[in-house]
Structure formats: C-alpha cells, structure tokens
Write a protein that binds this ligand. Structure first.
Ligand SMILES: NC(=O)c1ccc[n+]([C@@H]2O[C@H](COP(=O)([O-])OP(=O)(O)OC[C@H]3O[C@@H](n4cnc5c(N)ncnc54)[C@H](O)[C@@H]3O)[C@@H](O)[C@H]2O)c1
Ligand SMILES: Nc1nc(=O)c(N)c(NC[C@H](O)[C@H](O)[C@H](O)COP(=O)(O)O)[nH]1
Length: 255
C-alpha cells in the first residue's frame, strides 16, 4: 500500500483514542505486574463478528479511515504482535506508515510462531527491514536456532503444547518492550479476550458488512462458572466513534 493511503488523524480522533493507548498516565488492567507490557488488543470485524471470509483468507474490512487509525496505533506502541497464522496468510508488513513516522518510531514486529512455521526469508517483513522501512522481526518460539535471520525469543511449552501468554508478554517486557499492539488473528484474539488481567485496552473496528457463514469469528471459548455457561468476555469503560463508514469501539476487558 503506498504511504499516501494513510492520512493523519484529526485531533478529535486522536483525543478519542488516546485514553486507551499506552502512556505514563494510562490505566493498566487492575493488579497488573510491572513486569508486563501495556497490551492493546485490536482487530476489525464484520457485523456478524467475523474477521475473515474463511480461515487463512486475507479479508479487507477496514476502510481508509480505520486503516489510518491502525497506523496511528502502530505509532503509539513499541511492538506489534500477530500469530503465525496471520503472518503466513496475510503476508503483512507490520510497519508504521503514518505520515512523518521516523525509523525510531517503527514498532518491533513480533510473530508468535511456536513451531517455526513462518520464515523471514522472502517475507514482506524481511524486505521492508532491509529497505529500512521497518525493524527486523522477532519470533516467539518453543525452540531457537541462532543461524536464523530472525531473532527468536524462546519460551517453555505449557499445557497442550501451547505457550502461556503471560510468559510471552513478560519475555517481551524483559527485552525492553513497554507496549504491545496485538493485531490478530483469530487464535490470538480469542485467547487474549479470555485474559482480562493481561489486556489493558481493546479497540475494535466494526465494518458495515456481513461476511456470512463459514467466516472466521472473533469469538472466545465457552466459559462456565459452577457448571453454568456465562459470558466469555465483556468490555467496560466503553466509548465509540465513527471513522468513515466504520464504527470504532474502545473499552477495557472487565465486568
Ligand atoms: N480482521 C482482522 O483484524 C484480522 C487480523 C489478523 C488476522 N486476521 C485473519 O485471521 C486469520 C488468521 O487467524 P488464525 O487463527 O489462523 O491465526 P493467528 O494469527 O491467530 O495464528 C495462530 C497461530 O499462532 C500460534 N499461536 C497463537 N497463540 C499461541 C499460543 N498461545 N501458543 C502457541 N502458539 C500460539 C500458533 O502457531 C497458531 O497456529 C487470517 O485469515 C487473517 O486474515 C484478521
Ligand atoms: N485493522 C484491520 N483491518 C482489516 O481489514 C484487516 N484485514 C486487518 N488484518 C490485520 C492483519 O494483521 C493484517 O495482516 C495487517 O493489517 C496487514 O498489515 P500491513 O498493511 O500489511 O502492514 N486488520
């Protein structure tokens, strides 16, 4: 996408978003350890709650105004994180193309890739880093290989062969990452929606379209309390605003 597609947000759009972005005064999830970064979970969905037409299909939902918003959010975070599924399916750039963004302001791309499915060689991320248009990506994996072009943060395997999100986020903080923008995909979003103690803000773009059955949903796992089904996640402290044809809903995970 040429840089010209991304335009500056108005001051009132920035004022709308800023309370949900990392800053020394931004509220963190209650009781959150200082060893964890500020985490903003953000994605775009349809009116039927889908983030893609089908698993692994790159699907444009955001309009030009919310694309610009995404780049404003990227400017405001130290790192941008996606799962390996998104890295492989979307071939994302994950750099900040906001007008006037300097190299120092580029977020650190991070791919959660336990089994080293994604390769930096031949990727848009690798090319952009070589061109000085973004940082060299990091991957978080269950094993490392020092010969690789991509820095690997290694974490221990937890239950079911998965990585524990708190461990991943602590690892990033220990590397100097103070804030992380999580952009997806479905596996990552659905896991983090169930982690109110780790996520500080949620910013959802709602596009005025239905993707239809068979789509990939932003929909956390079933939650039960004393054997009874309850809401899986809920936003508190909500506010919303129109950006072009899209609605943007901001909130914090909680009661
Ligand atoms: N609309 C949007 O905002 C948006 C954003 C991002 C991606 N997408 C779409 O989402 C789809 C990809 O979603 P997905 O669910 O396939 O992929 P994903 O990006 O969520 O990545 C899933 C993979 O990440 C790794 N992973 C994630 N959490 C892990 C954990 N706790 N432990 C170990 N490994 C973990 C695993 O390898 C897993 O297979 C694509 O179609 C993409 O276009 C949409
Ligand atoms: N906000 C948002 N709206 C969308 O309509 C959409 N499809 C994504 N998807 C997120 C996913 O991570 C994409 O891969 C990156 O948004 C691509 O980002 P680049 O422009 O390549 O940097 N995100």
């Amino acid at each position: 996408m040429p840089a010209t597609d991304i335009t500056e947000l108005s001051s009132s759009e920035q004022t709308f978003l800023d309370p949900y972005l990392p800053s020394p005064s931004a509220p963190s999830a209650s009781g959150k350890s200082a060893k964890l970064p500020f985490v903003t979970l953000t994605y775009a969905c349809s009116l039927d709650g889908m983030i893609a037409l089908a698993p692994g299909v790159r699907t444009a939902l955001s309009g030009p105004e919310t694309k610009s918003m995404t780049h404003y959010l990227r400017l405001k975070h130290d790192a941008i994180l996606v799962g390996a599924g998104t890295a492989v399916a979307d071939l994302p750039s994950l750099n900040c193309r906001y007008p006037g963004a300097e190299f120092d302001e580029q977020p650190q791309p991070v791919i959660v890739d336990p089994r080293r499915r994604w390769k930096v060689e031949g990727s848009a991320l690798g090319r952009l880093a070589e061109e000085g248009k973004g940082r060299q990506p990091w991957a978080v994996s269950l094993g490392g290989n020092s010969d690789e072009a991509c820095k690997r943060l290694v974490v221990e395997e937890s239950e079911g062969g998965r990585m524990d999100w708190e461990t991943v986020l602590r690892k990033l903080k220990a590397e100097g990452i103070r804030s992380v923008m999580v952009e997806g995909g479905a596996t990552v979003i659905n896991a983090l929606l169930a982690e109110p103690g780790l996520v500080d803000s949620v910013i959802v773009t709602i596009a005025p379209t239905w993707l239809g059955q068979g789509g990939l949903a932003a929909c956390p796992a079933v939650t039960t309390v004393d054997g009874r089904r309850v809401n899986a996640a809920r936003l508190a402290d909500t506010t919303w605003r129109q950006f072009g044809a899209d609605a943007v809903l901001c909130g914090r995970l909680g009661a």
